[in-house]
Design a protein around this ligand. Sequence first.
Ligand code: B3K
Ligand code: ZN
Length: 855
Amino acid sequence: RNVKSRHDYQPPAFIISTVKLCFELDNTATKVTSVMQLQRRQAGAPLKLDGQHLQLLSVAVNGKQLSEHEYRLDDESLTLDTLPDSFELTVVTQLSPQTNTALEGLYLAGQTFCTQCEAEGFRRISYFLDRPDVLAEYFVTIIAPAEQYPFLLSNGNKLSEHIDSAGNRVVQWHDPFAKPCYLFALVAGDFDRLTERFVTQSGRDVSLELYVDKGAAAKGEFALQALKRAMRWDEQRFNLEYDLDIYMVVAVDFFNMGAMENKGLNIFNSKYVLADAGTATDKDYFNIESIIGHEYFHNWTGNRVTCRDWFQLSLKEGLTVFRDQEFSADMGSPTLCRIDAVKLIRTAQFAEDAGPMAHPIRPEQVLEMNNFYTVTVYDKGAEVIRMLQTLLGRNGFAAGLALYLQRHDGQAVTCDDFLQAMQDATAKDLSRFALWYSQSGTPELAVSQHYDAPSAQLTLNLSQHTPATTDQPIKQALMLPVQIELLFADGTKQQHLLVMQEASQQFLLPEIHTEPVVVWLEHFSAPVKLKADIDDRHLLFIAGNASDGVARWDAMQQFWSRKVAQAIAGNAVEDVLPEALVSMMASWLQQPEPDLALTAELLSLPDFDTLAEQYQQVPVDGILAALAGFKQLLAMRLREPLLQCYQRLPLSAYHYDQAAAAQRRLRSLCLHYLALSAVDATELLQQHYQSADNMTDTMAALAASQQAQPATFNLLIDDFAQRWQHDALVMDKCFALVASDPAEQVFDGIETMLRHPLFSWHNPNRVRALYSAFSMRNPQQFHRLDGKGYAALEQVVGKLDGINAQVAARLITPLLSWRRFDPVRQQLMQAALQRLANIPGLSNDVYEKVNRSLT
Ligand code: B3K
Ligand code: ZN
């Protein structure tokens, strides 16, 4: 199979300056006419256009039709050998959107035509130079039956619209900004449309349009307002203004990922647009705002300045995730946003580094590009950008970003170009920092302190070591910003930034008159595993006293990691919990922090995945037993303060904002513990469920009862399924709950849901709701020792591979790290992977992962 390497990059032999596309839409026979202006950039080279799953109808050069022996055609390309230096190429193709179940290229989503071109989907629409460094100006004509398709949308500005004599609507679009074909989009359908206006900082009027399923208009309001907030924020924070007269967002039900930043015409998974109190949780609201922001921020970081090749993906994704995280932090609670980001790094990203798909944020080798839209490229990529900001300061970073965008506007560039701009704007040497782009793996940072009273000097010893990864045996020392805080007995505090550049370094802090407690890696200032030997007492002291909420939460996480390890080593859970912990937790419940959500986080144990990443071989049963034991114990010891806290928190009509969401979070945490306390909690759970006026509280009652009160859960989930049987997005929540049932009945539950009228193997949201929940949020049943859990996932991946390989390849992830488990589980997982590997005609998507995992 055709693996590509980053080092093999060659500039294109031809460029395409303009393209005129005409779509005559039809469910099974859409005709696409493409008229391109090409210029040669390399003497003598043939023109090799990418194309897949297309029926070629005709090819013409400068208006003259070519006969079949004047070009070469195979499953992947159309090649023309003798060509002038500058010419017009006309290619006419036909394709079938209705049978396109891969949801890449042009496909039918229900009744709606829509496109997804990133990374390499445009080649399923027409023969083209499908690579991000070929930037063209697009003119698009869409023709479809007028009655059925009131809206025919594409990028840029609408030039004209009319209905022809045959009753077809004909709409023409022009995008004045040259763009790579992955940013092309087309949508045709019937919708409810919401509109808004946004006046940019320089006074230009932009019309905002949000398209949703008919009848769902009210559920689009939050997303539309979030868009306005994002537009204003980017002006205020980075002085970046929108550049077209119209910005459209369309929500569709069938979509492979969250959303897509097509120029002027974002296409969204409806899950990340539609919300109201009854159907969306606080988390859904949060995600909508953040993804609306993310796609909008791409207009500059991704669209105006794009990637030279797909190995540079983090150039736009890491940077844009960082930008959306900063936006979310400014809209809500910076501490909570950071805690959630850190959790993701410590679970999914650390796992990726420790598994067979380990890669640097700028990958070196790729078979299927869609496999590299990873938590490493995105979220570790964002951590790398965050470290830059820490090292350069907010102003330095902003200056670097401004220089980068101004220098490269309209270009397709590399991560090196980005770093160069940062360096030029700040006069800082970033050569060692650049290693973050080429080195994979999770660095381990070992720290210790030594205090010398006579000289009033604090010595801090730091050493870093990155263990080998499957893709890269040898590692170098990285540039690490280590933010610390010193906590003194008299209550005073000091902050320092230690910048590590070598494997081992000593930092001397003078004039320290008493020995402080050191808070390491405040705000998770670098994406590393901290190895610090801090005892229980000091961890609890940090949890109570550090200035940074993230560091306080982190101290509790470290505390619990120690406790879980002690329990796994054979200690009884009652014996390892100090009394000080219980009283500290009780006092947080009695007098919560101003930020109630932080209180909830301080009172939460690390989840299974976070703990699993701390072991070479994951002690599945040990972790599960320890977590259950500690939670049960806390529930009993803290029952009174939990109940009081729960009852004291006022109930008010649902509204999504930071404070109200935080209050619900803490209430739900109390409910979770209370459900576990020995006293029967049925009534409390029932009442929480019945009195909920919003989905957040409804889900809290369901989730809490599922973990502790199975009989209550079965009653409530039946009611829930009945009540929401017609709402696909809510049924996804139901599917996910059913699939996370820790009891064996989960298999019957999944079977029942597969027969639900709303379930479809063709809809990624439905499939993911069931099977991501099962394989990623149900360790009890997924990791069963009889292999039934692994077999369930294996079957689904095998079945989906022929329908939608991209989704299949995403689902397979939990099986890939089979080497991290005990021999019995290893053998079962490996056998499941082996059977998948043997499927004839396996897609590149699944093949690449299975193959890396087995070799
Ligand atoms: N750029 C798209 C992701 C495309 C994924 C292709 N498999 C969404 C985003 O990151 O904004
Ligand atoms: Zn993105």
